[in-house]
Design a protein around this ligand. Structure first.
Ligand SMILES: C[S@@+](CC[C@H](N)C(=O)[O-])C[C@H]1O[C@@H](n2cnc3c(N)ncnc32)[C@H](O)[C@@H]1O
Length: 243
């Protein structure tokens, strides 16, 4: 089970906030997970401690220099056999299944790129896997690392208020989550669905499951293929006029 998150980053201050706020902050405060940052700049020599340089072959932008980055990764890896995970738009798309696997490691080692990215030889020598948080380009891996950290930490035992919360979330059962409502019963002439006010737990569970099925069919039909649906549910969904 995950107890340590080591982040290789040029901007360690970026992560201080995560140690203080919300769910990640609480997990750190309660000692469920320890976060440490490893800054390549501390491994850079020269007066300027420079961590980037111009790309061979010319062209715009800078590239992260290999040696300071490699030393920071090695420091982050020390004492564990955990894989080193790079954040990259070219990586495997991150999804809930992958997040569940990451949460099962003892240490998460996240390497944040900047500029045009990292020297490819560091990728070859020290990065075991790469994760992308979507088909778009961020200015730094820190944004992606924070997303990974939050998604993983909320799965750790005792972090969410209700143990079953994560199991009901989108993707956990292969479906999107159902809609949620809170007080007041009527808000700007919109009423809460009547079934949620009945106190009939079986009927509420059935309604929630149907809503999750319908939402998934309308918004993410690609998920239905792999979702665990019984024959009756598949038939019900096919009979639904708008799905
Ligand atoms: C400006 S990007 C470099 C993009 C790179 N030149 C490319 O086109 O593949 C700088 C850094 O942000 C991070 N990054 C950008 N987009 C990302 C994404 N979609 N998922 C994960 N990390 C991302 C990576 O760590 C990357 O090294």
């Amino acid at each position: 089970m995950l107890t340590e998150i080591h982040v290789v980053t040029l901007f360690p201050d970026w992560f201080e906030h995560l140690k203080d706020v919300g769910l990640t902050g609480r997990a750190v405060e309660e000692g469920r997970v320890r976060m440490r940052c490893f800054n390549p700049r501390e491994h850079a020599d020269g007066v300027h401690r420079s961590v980037d340089d111009r790309p061979y072959g010319g062209g715009p932008g800078m590239v992260m220099r290999p040696e300071p980055l490699a030393q920071a990764i090695e420091a982050a890896r020390a004492g564990s056999a955990a894989p080193v995970s790079g954040l990259s738009p070219q990586g495997r798309p991150l999804n809930q299944r992958a997040v569940e696997q990451l949460a099962g490691r003892d240490r998460l080692i996240l390497v944040c790129g900047r500029y045009e990215g990292i020297d490819e030889r560091v990728n070859e020598a020290l990065i075991d896997e790469e994760w992308s948080i979507g088909d778009f380009v961020l200015s730094g891996g820190e944004y992606a690392a924070a997303a990974v950290m939050d998604a993983v930490i909320r799965l750790l035992p005792g972090v969410l208020g209700h143990a079953s919360s994560a199991a009901q979330d989108s993707f956990s059962q292969g479906l999107l989550d159902c809609p949620h409502y809170t007080r007041p019963e009527t808000w700007r002439e919109r009423r809460v669905p009547g079934v949620l006010l009945t106190g009939d737990h079986a009927a509420i569970a059935r309604w929630r499951r149907e809503q999750a099925l319908l939402r998934t069919a309308r918004r993410r039909p690609d998920l239905l293929e792999a979702a665990e649906l019984d024959d009756a549910e598949r038939a019900w969904l096919e009979a639904w006029p708008e799905s």
